[in-house]
Write a protein that binds this ligand. Structure first.
Ligand code: WTA
Length: 647
């Protein structure tokens, strides 16, 4: 089949901030004269003390370091709030839609948001939070989550958001790793009509975190929750007593802004650290150009603030640009599969940014759910988090966007802070399934396994050749791990962990992770984390987890489990292990398949051959490759013979 290509619509080419000629010119300049280019782009941010140095970065071991605008000072909360007050204090900053359409939505103006942020910031100060201290946020998708982020940024505290779907254990690990003494949470969360016991989870987590001295509890559902005297405060009461003015702290460009834990190939999730100046410039710039954002437009990014997309494109990017950002508490299919498009109609959303997994799930429900709604306000659609298959892309384009909305398929990572490879709607002809072209300052390259740079149309390992302002600066508490993880696989390059194809037009097609990370419904999971949860069960001797293709989730979780000798594995144990993993990590890590295996394929030196396990999980039995180097080749026959029949 010939590849479809959608040229830039004429009206977009004429009116967009950036057309093709401008894109090419700006990209060239961003690479050839980075200091001049970024000095100019950084003017979108209000600096307290202007920087005199722009870029000071190296990916090489001798002088490794990443610093941007290093002698400038600023406050991101002031950039998201205070500077808008004069001109658009009464503009809606956050349009919030609750889980249930029966409940009222909320519209919070920049002026109101400013006051709420100041009150919470003052409360944090009153509880002894100082610049550089870590604050853990474990909140559902409510405006107070954005208030919490901005309050931290205001006083120079470092926030660490933990997705509200994570288990008490996962939460405890993240609180301990960065040693936060304050947790902001709610009584309960509400998603798809189901209640999530957030405060109860916090209480369980805090039995392992004695250093936490303050828990602020938002009343979301009004459920009766246990409150510990001296430690736990009720949000509304506690902030009511605080002043609505709080001077923003003057932060250095390289002062930490937030930590966000993310999964990698090995070990525990790492605390990705972003700093203030470069991240602000990057989030604001990419939000403006990728979405061609103009003040006054209603913009909706459907990601949760527990993931980086929520950080950069629900909160910081849009608010820095004075946008009206929609925050949605619910899920795409509750109460029915029209929900997203009803919200679009309700608020007159012009720009919608979502994840392929949701689109695939909605696509399966049929077009009627979409056709029931008008969607006439939509101008632009976006996709993020995982590769979007051309079929879902075409559906998004034809059915949701009625053929009139360009789709920006944005490739990026927690580590990159914002969009890295993406179309710009006025500049880039679209190819369904391709993230297309690099953002300003981004220099992608494809390498072979030996680190040789590949030219032209080819497949390879995706690396980035030089730093960009939104790049992560370190792994919290482990700078060596930062260097080892990203800069040693290919010396002098940032290694993304993704495989990629470049076509004859120079378009990039991300093919998925080539390390031991899997992408389940757009959520990044380390197979090692799920394995360690499984082996923590008393009956499990060994486990190996791989990804498998999944029609809705993109990838599913396939776990091979070897039980202890005396254990007779059965259906009851299978269910028990599924529940166990959900409890250890959270529902997002629910295994789709557990195959009990008397043995796992290993090399003679004892290394598990994951390549073979992946092939079996994919039911790709014709290309198992060479199994002769295995210590016991018969285990493979056993695995194939006992592969569960999947629906
Ligand atoms: C994958 C999410 C293809 C990729 C912003 C990356 C994508 C990982 C795309 C990062 C896309 C993200 N096309 N793959 N448009 N966007 N990915 O850290 O494998 O949660 O490495 O950041 O998601 O996931 P993370």
């Amino acid at each position: 089949m010939a590849e479809a290509i959608y040229p830039v619509p004429a009206d977009w080419a004429e009116t967009a901030l950036i057309d093709e000629a401008r894109y090419l010119d700006m990209h060239r300049r961003s690479v050839e004269e980075p200091d001049a280019f970024w000095a100019e782009e950084a003017q979108r941010i209000d600096w307290i003390k202007p920087f005199t140095k722009v870029k000071n970065t190296s990916f090489h071991e001798e002088d490794f370091g990443i610093r941007w605008f290093e002698d400038g000072t600023l406050n991101l909360s002031a950039n998201c709030l205070d500077r808008h007050l004069a001109e658009r204090g009464d503009t809606v900053a956050i349009l919030w839609e609750p889980d249930s359409p029966q409940d009222p939505s909320r519209a919070i103006t920049y002026r109101e948001l400013h006051a709420d942020v100041c009150r919470l910031a003052n409360l944090l100060l009153a509880r002894g939070v100082q610049r550089g201290d870590r604050v853990t946020i474990y909140l559902p998708m409510v405006p107070e989550a954005a208030v919490a982020m901005l309050a931290c940024a205001r006083i120079g505290a470092i926030h660490s958001i933990v997705f509200a779907g994570f288990s008490p254990d996962a939460l405890a690990g993240r609180i301990q790793d960065c040693d936060s003494r304050v947790v902001l949470t709610a009584d309960e969360g509400l998603r798809g009509g189901k209640r999530v016991p957030l405060k109860k989870n916090v209480d369980e987590a805090l039995t392992h975190c004695p250093a936490v001295a303050t828990v602020v509890v938002l009343a979301r559902t009004g459920a009766d929750v246990a409150m510990q005297d001296g430690r736990d405060l009720r949000w509304a009461e506690a902030v009511a007593a605080q002043s609505a003015e709080c001077a923003p702290a003057e932060m250095n460009a390289e002062d930490p802004l937030f930590i966000l834990y993310t999964s990698g190939s090995t070990g525990k999730p790492k605390g990705v650290l972003h700093t203030t100046g470069g991240y602000s410039v990057w989030a604001s710039m990419t939000h403006q150009y990728v979405f061609d954002y103009r003040p006054g437009q209603i913009y909706w990014c459907a990601a949760d603030i527990g993931w980086v997309t929520g950080h950069s494109y629900v909160v910081y990017g849009p608010l820095a640009n004075g946008a009206t950002t929609v925050m949605f508490e619910g899920v795409p299919n509750f109460p029915d599969p029209s929900r997203f498009w009803q919200v679009v109609d309700k608020f007159g959303v012009e720009i919608f940014y979502g994840a392929p997994t949701a689109l695939r799930a909605l696509m399966r429900e049929g077009d009627d759910w979409v056709h029931k709604t008008s969607r006439k306000s939509l101008r632009l659609l976006g996709s993020v988090g995982e590769p979007i298959n051309p079929e879902a892309w075409e559906w998004y384009h034809k059915v949701v966007g009625e053929g009139r909305c360009p789709i920006v398929d944005t490739w990026w990572q927690t580590e990159t802070g914002g969009a890295m490879i993406t179309p710009l709607p006025g500049a880039t002809a679209l190819k369904p399934g391709s993230a297309s072209k690099p953002m300003f300052g981004v220099q992608p390259a494809l390498l072979d396994n030996d680190g040789l740079v590949l030219d032209g149309a080819t497949d390879g390992c995706l690396v980035i050749g030089d730093s960009w302002p939104g790049q992560m600066r370190t792994v919290w508490g482990d700078h060596e791990r930062f260097f080892q993880t990203y800069f040693t696989t290919f010396k002098g390059w940032y290694f993304t962990g993704d495989g990629c194809r470049r076509d004859e037009d120079g378009y990039y097609w991300i093919t998925g992770r080539i390390d031991d990370v899997i992408n389940v419904s757009g959520h990044r999971m380390g197979t090692a984390e799920i394995e360690s949860a499984l082996v923590a069960h008393a009956k499990v001797a060994e486990a190996a987890v791989v990804g498998m293709p999944h029609a809705i989730k993109g990838q599913g979780i396939y776990a091979y489990v070897t039980c202890n000798a005396e254990v007779e594995p059965d259906e009851a144990l299978r269910r028990e292990l599924v529940a166990w993993v959900r409890h250890e990590i959270g529902p997002i890590a629910t295994p789709d398949v557990i195959q009990f295996a008397p043995g796992l394929p290993k090399t003679r030196s004892g290394k598990i051959m994951r390549r073979i396990l992946r092939k079996i999980a994919e039911n790709d039995l014709g290309s198992l490759g060479d199994t002769s180097t295995l210590a016991d080749p018969s285990v493979v026959d056993n695995l194939i013979a006992n592969r569960p029949v999947l629906a």
